[in-house]
Design a protein around this ligand. Structure first.
Ligand SMILES: Nc1nc2c(c(=O)[nH]1)N[C@H]1C(S)=C(S)[C@@H](COP(=O)(O)O)O[C@H]1N2
Ligand SMILES: [Mo]
Length: 208
């Protein structure tokens, strides 16, 4: 027996060193933040192209932005992959259009509750599959999975997708985020198995 499982395994091409995960575990550092609707806003700051551009949204305003879906796996660096979730929310491209970065912006820091952060190249952030997810498989995210908004960057390890996102910082030089400062790879491409900072090649990250 075990047919369905082997079919599942054939269907999914897993990045090197990853195994398929059943169900949806909860993985993060620290406590689950309490959502405070009256104080919540989604902010863009740093090097904006136009200082007069819209740079903050309430949750009501954010969820009124065009809704799109992306089917993507979630690759945790601790070696499990949760396959084939349908993420629903606001494309990062939408935000980039509404609040464009200055021409010299090269990287983005994504900020979440409690000061959690993750940096990435602007090109990774701007991928047409990157999405600020408010939903998974049609249901709103639960608190422990990032309600109200989390980032999904399908082609990077999942720590590059903060849960409980509160803002984006446009940067003209790279800077390490929370896990990137603590031994994880600055780029974090699972297909190249870029797990740890000691694997970084020259130019892949700022000095440690
Ligand atoms: N704010 C915040 N977001 C985070 C993390 C975290 O510690 N804090 N952990 C990341 C990691 S390592 C993983 S694998 C995914 C897990 O998402 P899940 O708990 O919804 O499966 O969230 C990511 N987002
Ligand atoms: Mo992870």
């Amino acid at each position: 027996m075990g047919q369905p499982e082997s079919r599942e395994r054939e269907q999914y091409e897993l990045p090197p060193g990853q195994r398929l995960q059943r169900g949806w575990p909860v993985t993060h550092y620290g406590p689950v933040p309490k959502f405070k609707p009256d104080r919540w806003e989604f902010r863009i700051f740093g090097a904006l192209a136009d200082a007069a551009a819209r740079d903050r949204w309430s949750l009501e305003e954010f969820t009124a932005l065009p809704y799109t879906t992306v089917v993507a796996d979630l690759h945790c660096v601790t070696k499990y992959t949760m396959p084939g979730a349908e993420w629903g929310g606001v494309a990062t491209r939408e935000i980039l259009e509404l609040a464009p970065p200055a021409p010299d912006v090269t990287h983005v820091m994504v900020w979440a509750e409690y000061g959690f952060s993750s940096n990435m190249r602007l090109s990774d952030f701007a991928s047409e599959r990157s999405i600020f997810a408010t939903h998974k498989d049609g249901d709103p995210l639960t608190a422990e999975h990032g309600f109200p908004v989390r980032l999904i960057v399908p082609h990077l390890y999942a720590w590059k997708g903060p849960k409980w996102v509160r803002g984006i910082e446009y940067m003209t030089a790279d800077r390490r985020g929370f896990w990137e400062e603590r031994g994880y790879h600055n780029v974090g491409d699972p297909w190249r198995e870029q797990r740890y900072s000691y694997q970084e090649e020259p130019g892949e990250g700022p000095e440690l």
